[in-house]
Design a binder for this molecule. Structure first.
Ligand SMILES: [Zn+2]
Ligand SMILES: [Zn+2]
Length: 136
């Protein structure tokens, strides 16, 4: 599906094609800290992702895999929008913070990753494939 999204204040907007059948939630500590919540939703193998309005700020963070990921966020309101490969790397994997999509209400996860650090009080999500860490 084609989807578009925006940060809270509207200074930065994005668009992408995503596969709504392969969405997931991530329970890793980084996602909990960055989102300020119990988990973060992403996935969908984004294609043709681009920022269509404004310019995000970037923060380079080292992922669990040892790879550097560029975290894109709005420099005005602080909303996290996506993580991207670092500049100059051919790894094209983009992860969109799907809660910023205008279509978020219709999105449903099919997988959960990093369940090892899932909040203890969270009920089981029905119908998801669960992985203790990043799936191999
Ligand atoms: Zn903003
Ligand atoms: Zn995560």
């Amino acid at each position: 599906m084609h989807t578009t999204g925006s940060c809270f204040c509207g200074a930065v907007e994005w668009e992408a094609e995503i596969d709504e059948n392969v969405l997931g939630v991530c329970h890793c500590r980084d996602c909990q800290v960055f989102s300020g919540s119990a988990f973060r939703m992403s996935g969908g193998n984004p294609q043709n992702f681009k920022f269509t309005k404004g310019t995000p700020k970037f923060f380079d963070k080292k992922a669990d895999s040892g790879k550097v990921r560029r975290m894109a966020f709005c420099g005005d309101c602080g909303t996290h929008l996506a993580s991207l490969p670092p500049e100059g790397e051919d790894d094209s994997f983009v992860s969109i913070r799907l809660a910023t999509s205008r279509d978020f209400a219709q999105m449903k996860p099919m997988a959960e990753i990093f369940c090892d650090s899932k909040a203890a009080w969270m009920p089981e999500l029905e119908g998801t494939i669960k992985f203790p860490k990043m799936p191999g």
